[in-house]
Design a protein around this ligand. Structure first.
Ligand SMILES: Cc1cc2nc3c(=O)[nH]c(=O)nc-3n(C[C@H](O)[C@H](O)[C@H](O)COP(=O)(O)O)c2cc1C
Length: 160
């Protein structure tokens, strides 16, 4: 067993982007969705620069958020992967994850860059990536809430 010794599922939400920015808005909605659907879930929320291998190893599910920067994930999320790759190598296979991306007008490069890494780590997507271009409108925030709710519900029910 790689995850936490506690029996409660633990959902890690880790994200990059500017404080108060669009990814921040999306992560707040993802968080709200998770808490609404599964109020008792153990939800750990971390900015990518403040998150390390210990948090990752304790997670039974992972939500990743990033803006697109220069056709790639944000430097903060990349730094998170750089710092956690070796300490967690081979220990996170099958971990359920979902990704949300905020972009100006594209976002596909950010998605590709994250998927390439997490696929290599053996993580399993529970939903297609959520891509939001421009300012998140109510529809985008609702989709973010649904994504958080889906992950939380699945973990809570032991489906993922
Ligand atoms: C340095 C930098 C590079 C960016 N590169 C891209 C890009 O390659 N493609 C794109 O669609 N948007 C790009 N953008 C726009 C951001 O992805 C977009 O504004 C995003 O919503 C910002 O999220 P945030 O407010 O959470 O930081 C870039 C923004 C910055 C600051």
């Amino acid at each position: 067993m790689n995850a936490t010794a506690t029996t409660r599922p633990r959902l890690l939400l880790v994200y990059g982007g500017h404080p108060g920015g669009r990814t921040d808005q999306l992560q707040a909605a993802v968080q709200a969705g998770a808490r609404t659907v599964a109020p008792a879930i153990d939800l750990m929320v971390r900015r990518a620069l403040d998150c390390g291998p210990a948090e990752l190893l304790e997670a039974t599910g992972i939500l990743l958020g990033t803006p697109e920067h220069f056709g790639y994930m944000s430097g903060a999320l990349k730094d998170f992967f750089d710092r956690t790759y070796y300490p967690t190598e081979g220990r996170l296979q099958g971990r359920p994850y979902a990704l949300f991306v905020s972009a100006g007008n594209d976002g596909t490069g950010a998605i590709r860059s994250v998927e390439r890494i997490v696929t290599g780590c053996g993580w399993v997507a529970i939903a297609p990536p959520l891509l939001v271009t421009g300012d998140p409108d109510e529809g985008a925030l609702e989709r973010a809430r649904e994504l958080g709710g889906l992950m939380a519900a699945g973990l809570d029910a032991g489906i993922f």
